[in-house]
Design a protein around this ligand. Structure first.
Ligand code: BGC
Length: 736
């Protein structure tokens, strides 16, 4: 681990020897994916004009690039080697949204650790992850890469990922620098259209979108990446408020900021600047230290400095941030990759971590009359139907540049291995892909369903439908999948839907046509065995939704932490379009915040997820009803497993601040814990809540905890009604 003082001295010494061109070189990153990079990047490296490369994953090529940078350039500064290692490298974990459904920071951290160790074997020393944009819009394809809609869940998992990638010692072999992205509020793009505009009031920005970034900075994340989007009129890549005021002045971040891919030059396309030179000026002035892939910095920064528009101090500050990261990474001591010093990729531990993550990520949305688990002993045949039952690539999800598809075990194969000896397993794909509208094979699918004891339908979206630039306006199951469900339903055989997708889908049109639903996201390499174990009751589902499932797109944004409004909807003050009496006066329609043509609640709430166990929550209580600012209240509940299988449950604590100087959400997650209970076991689960945990950014943008009345709920989803109260007295202390 590097000593901070020595690091600063080394940075200063090196900076002191650099020419302006070499400094700008450190601020420039080049794509190295196109052929043998040492051939076309060699001259730039020798001249000290490149500080970082991305998208090269061959250890020998990386070593050669490092060798040229170190041995053949004047000052021998090693390179940052970046790559999108988002949810695994060769071994693929569930998509981040699926990992969020585990509500298990330790497991998420281990997934990132495995990814770091594997990526390091290829020479990668910097990942562009974690993506911690809060997202409340499932139309946005990048919700797949996010950790969902909730501030606390995202905070905890963001920290877990940073710790997993960076390890205990950033300079150790196998640790790689993390990059919290996309700073900031990218997840709030209008109508979920990728790259679109974001307009977020400052209180909302600070209370929601910025918080995970602050948590990542406090956890020591090495870098941040700017968002592509326009934020309140100033695109994030040129946004001084974000990059200087908040990030540096308020949070004291001393790592470096990289632009997104060519996002500096895009400032012109946004309409903020006239040309690349002005874009370089805006980005550098705002505080972007390194340009990803574009050439605005390399072409224009020198002239801007010579003209006196950008000070050499500003350049030095940016270069200092970059060099500091390189020293912390230990690159000057150990620039070369030695794969033999690292564990083999896809080793048993990696695969087991992927299996556990997949297992804990699957959310059982519905299970009528105990349709699940299936019992291999009491059935003789099962029908497996659908485009995603045996799709080894699709189950890996978005961002799998390096994922090894040959490692994938599909649900179809896993079910065969698990029960194939006792149960006749029949398979009809029925559709080429999830978007297909050709239903020629539906008859054959219905036939095997008819002849089987249960039909398992593997539905959803293939991986290309979510991720960057994959926004959708209609988030029903695509293609003719709903028709396939109806056809199978008509056979009378119990229908189990396993849905693999990169986003919460509106399942209203199929939810009543199936007996049970397992929502498996894109579960990664080991998705098959995890799903098979859940279907046949070897394990109990324990995932909980990290994002709300809307009934229909028109409800979006719909999330658990909404404000109450002055006219909140409730069952007695809403109406439905089908029940309108046209002769009655308009005021009879409820006059509350709801849509006339759907229910005001979501289809499945944040935190929802069923189990094969029967969990019951009782006796919520606080150790005191009054606390002072600076004190802690303990909120407890009894949790019993009254079922007959052992299972994990994710216990969730929600709070509402009833009266505040800015209105607060109707519920905010303030704690969660995954616990395992044997049949018949009862445990007490306690949460300690300090008054600082209840702080929010108020009207003057200061973090404040305001005295007053609070409600607290504990339960197995955000819909829990098990409530207690406490009061904060004393108004003398404002946490900083
Ligand atoms: C994405 C980033 C990613 C970068 C490099 C961009 O298009 O927005 O998240 O890290 O490409 O691949």
């Amino acid at each position: 681990m590097s000593d901070p003082q020595t690091t600063e001295q080394r940075v200063a010494r090196l900076l002191g020897q650099m020419t302006l061109a070499e400094k700008i070189g450190q601020m420039s990153q080049r794509d190295a994916s196109d052929g043998y990079a040492p051939d076309y990047l060699g001259d730039g490296l020798r001249a000290g004009c490149i500080g970082s490369v991305l998208n090269v994953v061959d250890a020998d090529v990386v070593n050669e690039l490092q060798r040229i940078a170190i041995e053949e350039s004047r000052l021998g500064v090693p390179l940052m080697v970046g790559r999108d290692v988002i949810h695994g490298f060769k071994t693929v974990m569930p998509i981040p949204l699926g990992q969020a459904a585990t509500w298990n920071p330790e497991l998420v951290k281990e997934g990132a650790r495995v990814a770091a160790l594997e990526a390091a074997t290829a020479g990668v020393n910097w990942t562009f992850a974690p993506m911690i944009d809060i997202s409340r819009d499932p139309r946005w394809g990048r919700i797949a890469e996010s950790l969902g809609e909730c501030v606390l869940l995202t905070n905890k998992l963001a920290v877990a990922m940073v710790e997993g990638f960076q390890g205990d010692d950033l300079s150790a072999t196998g640790s790689i620098a993390a990059c919290a992205k996309h700073f900031a509020a990218y997840g709030a793009v209008e109508s979920g259209r990728d790259y679109a505009t974001t307009n977020v009031p400052e209180t909302e920005l600070r209370n929601v979108y910025l918080r995970p970034f602050r948590a990542a900075v406090e956890a020591g994340v090495t870098t941040l990446m700017t968002s592509f989007s326009d934020l309140n009129g100033v695109p994030a890549t040129g946004n001084e408020f974000l990059l200087r005021q908040v990030l540096r002045d308020e949070w004291g971040f001393d790592g470096f900021v990289v632009s997104d891919w060519d996002s500096i030059r895009q400032l012109q396309i946004h309409g903020l600047t006239e040309n690349d030179r002005e874009s370089a000026f805006e980005a550098a002035t705002a505080g972007v230290d390194m340009e990803m892939h574009g050439d605005a910095y390399s072409n224009h920064l020198a002239a801007l400095v010579e003209e006196g528009r950008i000070s050499i101090d500003a350049i030095d500050a940016a270069v200092r941030n970059i060099l500091r990261a390189k020293y912390r990474l230990g690159l000057f001591e150990n620039p070369y990759t030695k794969p033999e010093d690292l564990p083999a990729v896809a080793n048993d531990h990696a695969l087991e971590t992927a299996r556990q993550a997949a297992l804990q990520s699957v959310v059982m949305l519905k299970n009528d009359n105990g349709a699940l688990p299936l019992s291999a002993e009491s059935m003789s045949s099962v029908a497996i139907i659908g485009p995603l039952a045996d799709a080894p690539y699709q189950q890996l999800g978005t961002w799998i540049f390096d994922g090894d598809v040959d490692l994938s075990i599909t649900p179809m194969h896993a079910i065969h291995s698990l029960v194939g000896r006792d149960v006749d397993v029949r398979y009809v794909r029925a559709m080429d892909n999830s978007r297909s509208k050709i239903n020629a094979a539906f008859d054959e699918a219905a036939e095997i369903a008819q002849e089987s004891d249960a039909a398992i339908l593997f539905l959803g979206e293939e991986s290309i439908l979510s991720g960057e630039a994959r926004s959708r306006a209609d988030i029903n199951l695509p293609g003719d999948q709903a028709e396939l469900v109806r056809r199978i339903r008509a056979t009378g055989t119990p229908v189990i839907a396993v849905i693999l997708a990169g986003r919460p889908l509106t399942l209203t049109n199929i939810v009543d046509e199936v007996d049970a639903i397992l929502f498996a996201w894109h579960p990664g390499t080991m998705g098959g065995p995890a799903i098979a174990d859940l279907l046949f009751g070897i394990e109990s589902p324990s995932g909980k939704l990290p994002a709300t499932f809307a009934r229909m797109v028109g409800q979006i944004p719909i999330y658990y932490g909404q404000k109450n409004t002055g006219r909140p909807p409730s069952p007695d003050n809403v109406a439905h379009i089908d029940d309108i009496d046209t002769r009655a006066p308009q005021t009879s329609l409820g006059m509350s915040a709801f849509h006339l043509d759907t229910c005001f609640t979501p289809l499945f709430a944040f935190g929802h997820g069923l189990s094969y166990a029967a969990f019951e929550y009782e006796h919520i209580r606080t150790n005191t009803h009054k606390i002072r600012l600076g004190e802690t209240v303990t909120i407890s509940v009894e949790l019993a497993n009254r079922g007959d299988v052992a299972a994990d449950e994710v216990v969730q604590l929600y709070v509402r601040d009833l009266v505040a100087s800015i209105t607060r959400p109707v519920k905010e997650l303030k704690g969660f814990r995954r616990v395992r209970l044997e049949p018949g076991q009862t445990v007490t689960v306690d949460f300690d809540l300090h008054t600082d945990d209840l702080a929010f950014y108020g009207r003057n943008m200061q973090l404040i905890t305001e005295p007053g009345e609070f409600h607290a709920w504990i339960g197995g989803s955000s819909e829990t009604q098990l409530r207690t109260e406490f009061r904060i007295i004393d108004s003398n202390r404002f946490p900083g």
